[in-house]
Design a protein around this ligand. Structure first.
Ligand SMILES: NC(=O)c1ccc[n+]([C@@H]2O[C@H](COP(=O)([O-])OP(=O)(O)OC[C@H]3O[C@@H](n4cnc5c(N)ncnc54)[C@H](O)[C@@H]3O)[C@@H](O)[C@H]2O)c1
Length: 333
């Protein structure tokens, strides 16, 4: 089976590529290696894919998928059976200063991947959405059946738009698709722009960390290996075109799932576990809650549990020490 993975040099895409190769698939990875996060880290992730089990079945193309001519030029003549579309302009804060990066990667880019899937009659397109579509909804746990029409960032608006574009393609072309609303993912090869990386780097460097609402915010953290299990299980279960309503409400072959841990953890507990694994205490600067911030987010994952058997099994007590161990080895290399 030949699988296209977009964002293959990214955090989640690099893990998915390695796991697909390890189970015998052929993987075509694409990424434009932009510098939103360090390019050296992206190159190291690619080297880990090529050097891992089945790495000889990995082909990488550096290209910008918002450029459809570049996709055609690089992938014309290459077999693609299924697609895992993880490439995107991520991050909430960056969308305030660089809104056009989100339009290019997340709107035009998503459309180009839909067109590619349609042209190739892909058996399944799994794509990344985000828990940020829930905005400041007070309805916990967040469920894919609730209304999500009130984004509080352009990033969230583009992710919701992706779900709508996908729905139109599922309806018009009966293209089987699954949208995954990721909650905060952490683990080895993670992202420097995310809190877990930032806290760890600062604690080890003896620099202060900022904690909002005294760390009493509750968040849903999912360990990368659990997320990859869920993505692969989803990829292997394309929604059936039987007219029945799918999670998220579509009557076309298009399911939308939350993929997270179904438990909310206090940020303060996360910091305590990082301190313990680092063997150093954090210097805390407590700040009040920020405007627009929400005290708690966590996922209702019953639909993905029921349909594909997703069962996250790594509590933060296990995942955080593994993460810190990887981080220390990586920065020392
Ligand atoms: N990591 C999380 O906690 C989280 C949470 C919610 C949603 N998501 C979503 O999951 C997906 C994967 O996230 P991640 O954490 O691996 O992010 P990431 O930033 O590490 O990976 C995304 C990759 O896409 C590439 N990319 C961006 N625009 C591109 C373009 N136009 N052409 C080619 N490549 C492009 C980037 O270079 C990057 O390597 C993203 O869609 C993200 O929005 C992630």
């Amino acid at each position: 089976m030949s699988i296209l993975v977009t964002g293959a040099a990214g955090f989640i895409g690099s893990h998915v590529s390695r796991r697909l190769l390890a189970r015998g698939e052929t993987v075509i990875g694409i990424d434009n290696l932009n510098d939103y996060n360090p390019v050296a880290l992206k190159r190291d992730r690619l080297a880990a894919i090529a050097g891992g089990a089945g790495g000889d079945r990995f082909a990488f193309h550096r290209l910008d998928f918002s450029d459809h001519a570049a996709i055609d030029a690089a992938l014309g003549g290459i077999d693609i059976d299924r697609i895992v579309h993880l490439g995107a302009q991520a991050g909430v804060r960056y969308s305030i200063t660089n809104p056009r990066a989100y339009a290019a990667s997340n709107l035009t880019g998503h459309l180009n991947i839909l067109e590619l899937a349609r042209e190739r009659q892909a058996a399944h397109l799994v794509y990344a959405s985000s828990s940020s579509v829930y905005g400041t909804s007070p309805d916990l746990p967040f469920s894919v059946e609730q209304r999500v029409d009130f984004p509080i960032s352009l990033y969230a608006a583009t992710k919701k738009a992706d779900e709508l574009m996908s729905e139109a393609y599922a309806h018009l072309y009966r293209l089987p698709q699954t949208g995954l609303r990721f909650f905060t993912v952490y683990g080895p090869w993670g992202r420097p722009d995310m809190a877990v990386w930032g806290f760890t780097a600062k604690i080890l460097a003896g620099e202060p960390i900022e904690l909002f609402n005294d760390g009493r915010m509750l968040r849903d953290f999912t360990y990368i290996d659990d997320i990859v299990d869920g993505i692969l299980a989803t990829l292997d279960h394309p929604p059936v075109d039987d007219g029945a309503a799918k999670p998220g409400g579509s009557v076309s072959p298009h399911a939308v799932y939350n993929i997270g841990n179904n438990r909310a953890e206090a940020l303060e507990k996360l910091v305590a576990l990082i301190e313990q694994a680092c063997g150093r205490s954090a210097i805390r600067i407590n700040r009040p809650m920020q405007a627009g911030d929400v005290p708690a987010t966590f996922a209702d994952i019953s639909a993905i549990q029921r349909d594909v058997g997703f069962a996250p099994s790594t509590p933060i007590e296990i995942g955080i020490p593994r993460w810190v161990d990887w981080y220390r080895r990586y920065i020392a290399h």
